[in-house]
Design a protein around this ligand. Structure first.
Ligand code: GAR
Length: 185
């Protein structure tokens, strides 16, 4: 049985969807006050949170993360709104075992503002992508992606909501395809 951990920096709505359907060994957040930690508490998922600024450097911060992953014998790390670039310490330990969800149709609109950037570019469709994490920003090999239309009458809020709805479908699908067993198959 593949063991997964989820990393999130903020709200954690993708984490919630994943944790409702799969046994998540733990959630990690790089913000001690992230709302995802409340979600984890409500769902009974073990949570860890510490911040980069609490360490001497990013290598030490990431080594603490690697230690957690090793302790829990995690097979697959699922980034879901984890807004830090994965550095060499974490990547070299877990490359090929880290996936990320991005709220655009990569390679279109990489970076931290995929939804807003697509909206401001005036596209008539954007999308959602799940990809392997490499040393670039949203450049790793694509696992699966879907198109999401921008509809007449959309505001950025309705557009964003539609993109999130597709995220909540795509992440569980990809986990199953990668051999992660759902709680109630
Ligand atoms: C999601 O839309 C995710 O795709 C995005 O952050 C959001 C997190 O929402 N990630 C990125 O933009 C990564 N570049 P959530 O915390 O409610 O799951």
């Amino acid at each position: 049985m593949k063991k997964i951990a989820v990393f999130a920096s903020g709200s954690g709505s993708n984490f919630q969807v994943i944790a409702e359907q799969f046994d998540v060994k733990f959630i990690f957040s790089d913000h001690r006050d992230a709302f995802v930690l409340e979600r984890a508490d409500n769902l009974g998922v073990p949570a860890y949170a510490f911040e980069l600024k609490e360490f001497d450097n990013k290598a030490a911060y990431e080594q603490a993360i690697v230690d957690l992953l090793d302790q829990h014998q995690i097979d697959l790390v699922c980034l879901a709104g984890y807004m830090k670039i994965v550095g060499p310490t974490l990547l070299s330990a877990y490359e090929g075992r880290i996936i990320n969800i991005h709220p655009a149709y990569l390679p279109e609109f990489p970076g931290a503002h995929g939804i807003q950037d697509a909206w401001e570019a005036g596209v008539d469709q954007s999308g959602v992508t799940i990809h392997w994490v490499d040393s670039g920003v949203d450049t790793g090999q694509i696992i699966k992606q879907v198109r999401v239309p921008r509809l007449a009458g959309d505001t950025i809020e309705t557009f964003e909501t539609r993109i999130h709805e597709h995220e909540y479908q795509l992440y569980p699908q990809v986990l199953v395809e990668l051999g992660v067993e759902p709680k109630n198959p």
